[in-house]
Design a protein around this ligand. Sequence first.
Ligand SMILES: NC(=O)c1ccc[n+]([C@@H]2O[C@H](COP(=O)([O-])OP(=O)(O)OC[C@H]3O[C@@H](n4cnc5c(N)ncnc54)[C@H](OP(=O)(O)O)[C@@H]3O)[C@@H](O)[C@H]2O)c1
Length: 212
Amino acid sequence: MKSRPFVFINAAMSADGKISTYERKQIRISSDADMKRVDELRASADAIMVGIGTVLADNPGLTVKSGEKNPTRIVVDSMARTPVDAEVITRKGGPTIIAVSKSALHERVEALREKAEVITAGDKRVSLPELLGELKSRGVNRLMVEGGATLNWGLISEGLVDEIYVYIGNMIIGGESAPTLVDGTGFVDPMKLELLSVEQMDESILVKWRIR
Ligand SMILES: NC(=O)c1ccc[n+]([C@@H]2O[C@H](COP(=O)([O-])OP(=O)(O)OC[C@H]3O[C@@H](n4cnc5c(N)ncnc54)[C@H](OP(=O)(O)O)[C@@H]3O)[C@@H](O)[C@H]2O)c1
């Protein structure tokens, strides 16, 4: 048995591969039908994970409307920068876990610990393999990752992702500094994907891939 959960990334991007604008502000790419699909997908997961960049940019609450149980919410945040009044902490929903590194300031960690659970993994940056192992041991078998671009790279480049679901909206966002589905340093040898399905949703498409 794998010592980590089944991990899938779900994201919405423009036809040119951007997941938000160059201002890094959240932009509505998904249709209503896709929002409903994402909500159901969240409800099917034991936990939802985002990077601190997404929390600071979008302030998501990460709750579900469908389903009876809210999944656990996890923020990957090496330096414990998550604001204590962030929606991911204050909005009524599943339990919140802030994953920090050993380099996070003690005071910041303690302030977060009053409001959420804190897991320490890694020295300077959160060690994603260690964190996923810890989550698995706590009963997280199905982990949904909702970005952003840097966390997606961190997980993919470490071989920690099983499937990727991408809603490709009928729009162009442009901008060389706008975040894409996967940022980071990039591969010299591209990672190969196996196509699972393609579905048209109005004038957009939903593509599902498996990482080989
Ligand atoms: N369209 C969509 O589906 C969608 C979904 C989500 C987000 N977004 C957009 O994506 C943008 C945010 O993306 P982002 O790339 O700036 O931030 P991000 O991926 O949400 O968070 C990245 C941060 O996570 C932390 N981190 C800790 N350990 C890490 C590790 N091992 N590997 C990778 N990251 C690690 C790092 O900060 P520390 O070192 O300080 O911890 C890193 O800077 C926003 O514009 C948001 O609107 C779009």
